[in-house]
Write a protein that binds this ligand. Sequence first.
Ligand SMILES: Cc1cc2nc3c(=O)[nH]c(=O)nc-3n(C[C@H](O)[C@H](O)[C@H](O)COP(=O)(O)OP(=O)(O)OC[C@H]3O[C@@H](n4cnc5c(N)ncnc54)[C@H](O)[C@@H]3O)c2cc1C
Length: 479
Amino acid sequence: MSLKTIVWFRQDLRIHDNPALEYAAARGTIIPVYILDDDAPGQWKLGGASRWWLHHSLQSLSNSLESKGHRLHIFAGDPQQILSDLQHQTQSDTIVWNRCYEPFSIARDKAIKESMTSAGINVKSFNASLLFEPWTIKNLQGNFFKVFTPFWKHCLQQSVDPITLSGNSLDSAIPFLETLETSVQLDDFKLLPSNPNWATGFDWSPGEFTALHKLNEFFETAVMSYKEQRDYMDKSATSMLSPHLHFGEISPRLIYHRCQELMALGQGDLSGVQHFLSELGWREFSYHLLYHFPVLPTEPFRSEFNQFEWGNNPDDLRKWQQGKTGFPIIDAAMQELWQTGYMHNRARMIVASFLTKNLLIHWRHGAEWFWDTLVDADLASNSASWQWVAGCGVDAAPYFRIFNPITQGEKFDPDGIYVKRWIPELRDLDVKYIHQPWTAPLSVLKDAGVRLGHTYPEPMVDLKATRNRALQAYAGIRE
Ligand SMILES: Cc1cc2nc3c(=O)[nH]c(=O)nc-3n(C[C@H](O)[C@H](O)[C@H](O)COP(=O)(O)OP(=O)(O)OC[C@H]3O[C@@H](n4cnc5c(N)ncnc54)[C@H](O)[C@@H]3O)c2cc1C
């Protein structure tokens, strides 16, 4: 008799290196399921851009499963109820999933596991999303790490599990199509935007096939120069894997082992590979922090920041969101975000510093905007990174490090290519003035068709004055 296993897909939308899937396939019949759960996450239910991604990612997973003789059944609602109904309907004896680490996911999954187990159903969970699960990494005192460098050094001394062969084992699994009447069609989820369709510029191809292809391409072309090039906003020097990683379309273990293989060859300068791996380390560190400090998305890690006097100017926030600050590098970055659902890492740091320091707007407003607009919106990485830039996080950038958008632009977009790409109004402006158009002579502006305050905004704040104001506000909480 073939044993039936329900495989509950969540942030592991792939077939390769999927331990829950592998386990189920080895037992016999698999019943692959996805459940859209908008309740458990509360305020952190998927944002608009993530929903767009999810739609296409589920389509891709569904196609992959279908090509191997299986069908992805999709549902919306309370996972506990749906899984319990499914278990009755299919008479499955086991439910498996790969673990998620958001506080609400942990609480939900624990409750489901307890209730299923007490009903005599086997529940098994696996790690598919991280190299090192947060509770496995401890410092010498047995506590969690609060500083990245020792955290990562410690991690690199641990072994990482080899990848599983789930994609291959599926071929030999018994194809068994269950017809489940309560499942819905992907379109019923209404994950795609309409009226207006703001995603027309989303040039992405979600799904594991593209993710694996991108990894190969990145290894062939850019990984060796990653360390020197990654900060340049005008270049395509990073992997662009973040949304694929977030939705689990690619296994971090696979990436880790690919890096190790390259380093084992020992050819050339390997600092690019090491640096790339350490960025995956920041992802791990973010999950480590979220697990051990579950209020990370809403509370400052450094408690003195509870006293910090954040400003509250909705007009300023709107200008920032819409990319109408008058600082080209910031406006370009916010346009990139709006038009593509992505923003370069250096640009994320610059716009976050501007919001929290020059505008003194609470980092939570920035994190919420990112949550809605990023295709890679990730509770751990987003919360940890916003706190890092704002200066209230673990191992954070010191508060006095206030990015200057002009010098950052001049350094990391020296020819104004990034600015011109996202702000066509400045396309014809002499590169000498591209990061501070208000300093250009009127004749230069006129020749470029730029009318400050009309075709492009005047700078919304004085950088020096707002910098000093931020430093004073910071000094206030240190006294
Ligand atoms: C304010 C702010 C908010 C951010 N919000 C998110 C978010 O919601 N989701 C997200 O995935 N990343 C976030 N990041 C981190 C980083 O900007 C993106 O991961 C990176 O730009 C993605 O591009 P890439 O895939 O080409 O990265 P690569 O440079 O190719 O790096 C490889 C992978 O490492 C991980 N990574 C890289 N940098 C970081 C980092 N600083 N912290 C955590 N993981 C990292 C990502 O998974 C990335 O795909 C944020 C950074 C800042 C400053």
